[in-house]
Write a protein that binds this ligand. Structure first.
Ligand SMILES: [Zn+2]
Length: 303
C-alpha cells in the first residue's frame, strides 16, 4: 500500500528589500505548483542575517504577496526564531565527525578556491590541520562521489562532491549558522515536498541534498526556474537594482509573470484585477509550458 504525501511547497524570501519581478516570478510558480497539486503553500522569511534583513522589509513582502493574491496557508516561519533547531542540527553533524574548523581569511579563500560549476569551491586547506584562531568557521566534509538531480525544468543535473561542491561552511566565524544548514532544517520542519526556486540556487540545492542525506532527513523534489535577466543580460536582483514591484499593478505584474512562464494568458486578461488573473492561472497552470534554458529576456516592466 502506498501512501501519498500531501504536496507542501514554499517561498522563502530574504527581507533585505521588497520583491522585484524575479522574486514574484518564483513566488508565483511555486504557488501555482502547490495549488495545482491540491497542496499547501508556506512562507519562510530567511532573516538570519541581521545586518541585511529588516522587519519592515518582511512586512512589505507580506503585503506585496497579499496584493498579488499569493496567500499562504500557515503562519510564516521566521528563521531568526529557530536558532536552537539549527544548533541541534549543527551538533548532530559535529557528533557524526563530519565537521572541521577553518581559519581561512577572505584573502586566503579568494586565492586558494578552485572553480566549480556553480562558483568557487573550497580547496580543503584546513581539512587535515587543526587551525588555531579565536573565531573559527566550521565546514562540512563533502567527501567524494557524485550527486544527481532529476529537475523537471532543467533536466538531469550532476555535481561532483569534490570538484563542484567542496567542504562548505555550516557555521560562520561570527557564529551565524550557514544558509545551507538553516534551509535544510526549515524544509524538514515545514515538511516541504517540493522546492521551486531560481536556477541560480542549483548549487545550493546540491549542498542541501548532501546535508539531508547526512542528517537523515527526507529529501524534497527540486525544480529550478530559468533566470530572469535584465536588458543587459544580468540576473534580475536587488544587487542589480531591480525595481520593486508595485502592488497597484498586481494584475499586470501577474500577467507579465504568466507570460514569462510560458502560460500564454489571454490578452483580454490584461488590466484585470489580481484575483481574476489568479483564478485563470490556477485553472490553467501547466508546468510543462515553462520554457527551458537559462535565459529569459524580459521586456521593460514597471519602468
Ligand atoms: Zn580553511
Amino acid at each position: 500500500m502506498s501512501v501519498t504525501v500531501p504536496y507542501r511547497g514554499r517561498f522563502a524570501p530574504t527581507p533585505s528589500g521588497p520583491l522585484h519581478l524575479g522574486s514574484l516570478l518564483t513566488a508565483l510558480a511555486s504557488y501555482l505548483q502547490a495549488r495545482s497539486a491540491g497542496g499547501r503553500w508556506l512562507l519562510r522569511i530567511d532573516d538570519l542575517d541581521a545586518e541585511r534583513c529588516r522587519p519592515e522589509h518582511s512586512d512589505a513582502i507580506l503585503r506585496q504577496l497579499e496584493a498579488h493574491q499569493l496567500l499562504w496557508d500557515e503562519p510564516p516561519r521566521l528563521q531568526s526564531r529557530h536558532a536552537a533547531e539549527y544548533e541541534a542540527a549543527f551538533g548532530q553533524l559535529h557528533d557524526l565527525g563530519l565537521l572541521y574548523p577553518c581559519a581561512c581569511t577572505r584573502a586566503q579563500l579568494a586565492r586558494d578556491s578552485l572553480p566549480g560549476i556553480d562558483g568557487p569551491v573550497y580547496a580543503g586547506t584546513c581539512r587535515d590541520s587543526a587551525p588555531m584562531a579565536e573565531r573559527l568557521a566550521w565546514r562540512l566534509r563533502a567527501g567524494e562521489g557524485e550527486l544527481r538531480l532529476e529537475d523537471a525544468w532543467q533536466g538531469e543535473l550532476r555535481r561532483s562532491l569534490r570538484q563542484d561542491i567542496g567542504d562548505f561552511v555550516v557555521r560562520r566565524a561570527d557564529g551565524q549558522i550557514g544558509y545551507q544548514l538553516a534551509c535544510v532544517v526549515d524544509e524538514a520542519a515545514q515538511s516541504i515536498t517540493e522546492v521551486v526556486r531560481g536556477a541560480d540556487l542549483i548549487g545550493s540545492s546540491f549542498r542541501q541534498m548532501l546535508l539531508q542525506t547526512q542528517l537523515g532527513l527526507a529529501m524534497p523534489d527540486y525544480r529550478h526556474l530559468p533566470l530572469l535577466l535584465d536588458a543587459e543580460g544580468r540576473k534580475l536582483s536587488k544587487q542589480n537594482h531591480a525595481q520593486p514591484i508595485a502592488s497597484i499593478d498586481a494584475g499586470d505584474n501577474l500577467h507579465d509573470c504568466l507570460e514569462l512562464l510560458g502560460q500564454a494568458p489571454p490578452p483580454a486578461l490584461h488590466g484585470a484585477a489580481a484575483g481574476e488573473v489568479m483564478r485563470w492561472a490556477q485553472a490553467q497552470w501547466n508546468a510543462k509550458k515553462v520554457p527551458a534554458g537559462l535565459q529569459m529576456p524580459v521586456s521593460p516592466v514597471n519602468n
